[in-house]
Design a protein around this ligand. Structure first.
Ligand SMILES: Cc1ncc(COP(=O)(O)O)c(C=O)c1O
Length: 427
């Protein structure tokens, strides 16, 4: 006899969550709804949709059936309440921050982030009047020390780009909770298969879907996920969520929509006005990628561990920053937060410094020299001169992207082929 299960496992949900056969044709895969608009039943129906009194489709800048399946699937995989997809990972950060921050507000971010995010926070976001303090996340007290009256969010990457370091998320979440500040977590490099930030106290999750979640380097995409566990009505600190909204009959988003009020505000207000929409075609490619996420992430992590072990004994390599190695300072955090492996992005330092890095990148053959991570293919780059090039020398070092550092994104090829190519390019 088959026993009743409380909820489906990850692999089942990665294939089915949010999707159902298309009711008219019976199409089993989610169709690409390549349409900008949707015929209303009558004027009353249109009016109710525009007032957010009914859920439904109005215009594809805001809602589209293919994109909705993706949103529901990722909210499910992240053990969260609701999600809003958008055109890129950077757009997801823009959407989350615009929804939470007002002019002259402040936020705190880890200084170990993707270089593009450091740049976005340090330059463009400052132009919006948002002030950022970057802190070393290895000592979580640094977050608490920077909290001010106008601090409106704390931002970390679970696994950092480029060096795969790990933040003690539970400890940071405790601080955020103590001061009633949402913890926003970029879970791009981990994906919900390796790590679920919502289970450790995160309130909002962002992703670049461009990376492992899509998985094969075909499509740009991003998503903002509302974990449904932050009370935005307390203290009136987030007026966009707690005060009447004139566009929508003076509803208060957090009051009307409760634990998915943040997601509704992101979609109905911020996405509506910023317009960084995900195309249905890209949503379709990304959905197909998600179906194999658990298989791919396990294999990525297994391959990366073998490569990292090989490199730690290599005569030309001075260090390997992979949290799966027992010698790595994040090893214990990895064991706690990443039961299935610590992903496949890490850095190595070459003994012969910058020149050796340039030579390695140029000699690599199977490994592609590209500005991307999280592809089926193995990838290589010199972050200091590319992805992290806009940072100051000091910021580069703090972000783990010094001149002697190479970033690897280990793919799904035969691991002995990856090692051979790395070996040929280092020598
Ligand atoms: C960890 C991380 N977050 C966010 C982004 C930005 O994503 P996108 O390029 O999709 O805008 C990247 C891009 O490399 C990333 O590595």
């Amino acid at each position: 006899m088959i026993k009743k299960k409380k909820s489906y496992g990850f692999a089942t949900r990665a294939i089915h969550a949010g999707a159902a056969p298309e009711p008219i044709t019976g199409a089993r895969n989610t169709p690409i709804y390549q349409t900008t608009s949707y015929v209303f039943k009558n004027t009353e129906h249109a009016e109710r949709l525009f007032k957010l009194e009914d859920f439904g489709f109005i215009y594809s800048r805001l809602t589209n059936p293919t994109v909705s399946v993706l949103e529901e699937r990722l909210a499910n995989l992240e053990s969260s309440r609701a999600a809003v997809a958008c055109s890129s990972g950077h757009a997801s950060q823009q959407l989350a921050f615009t929804t939470l921050l007002g002019n002259n507000d402040h936020f705190i971010a880890s200084n170990k982030l993707y270089g593009g995010s450091i740049n976005q926070f340090n330059k463009t976001f400052r132009n919006f009047g948002w002030d950022c303090s970057f802190v070393d996340p290895d000592n979580v007290k640094n977050f608490e020390n920077e909290i001010k009256d106008n601090t409106k969010l704390i931002f970390i990457e679970t696994l950092s780009n480029p060096d795969g370091s790990i933040v003690d998320i539970e400890a940071v979440a405790k601080i955020a909770k103590k001061y009633h500040i949402p913890l926003v977590v970029d879970n791009t490099l981990a994906t919900p298969f390796l790590h679920n930030p919502a289970n450790w106290g995160a309130n909002i999750i962002t992703h670049s879907l461009t990376k492992f979640i899509c998985g094969n380097g075909t499509s740009m995409g991003g998503i903002v996920i509302d974990c449904g566990n932050f009370n935005f009505l307390k203290d009136n600190k987030y007026p966009g969520l707690s005060e009447p909204n004139q566009s929508y009959n003076n509803i208060r988003f957090s009051e009307t929509f409760g634990d998915f009020g943040f997601a509704m505000k992101v979609k109905a207000d911020t996405l509506r006005d910023l317009g960084c929409t995900l195309s249905p075609q890209n949503a379709f490619y990304i959905l197909n990628g998600i179906e194999t996420l658990n298989l791919r992430m396990k294999k990525h992590s297994d391959n990366a561990l073998i490569v990292a072990k090989y490199l730690q004994n290599h005569s030309k390599v001075s260090s390997v920053s992979y949290a799966g190695l027992k010698s790595n300072k994040y090893y214990n955090l990895g064991k706690k937060y990443f039961p299935y492996g610590v992903g496949s992005i890490f850095t190595i330092k070459l003994k012969n410094g910058y020149k050796a890095c340039v030579s390695m990148v140029e000699k690599a053959n199977l490994l592609s020299h590209v500005a991307n991570v999280g592809d089926t293919r193995s990838l290589i780059i010199h972050p200091a001169s590319t992805t992290h090039s806009q940072l100051s020398d000091d910021e580069k070092i703090k972000a783990g992207a010094g001149p002697d550092v190479i970033r690897l994104s280990i793919g799904l090829e035969n691991v002995e082929d990856i090692i051979l190519d790395i070996d040929n390019s280092i020598n």
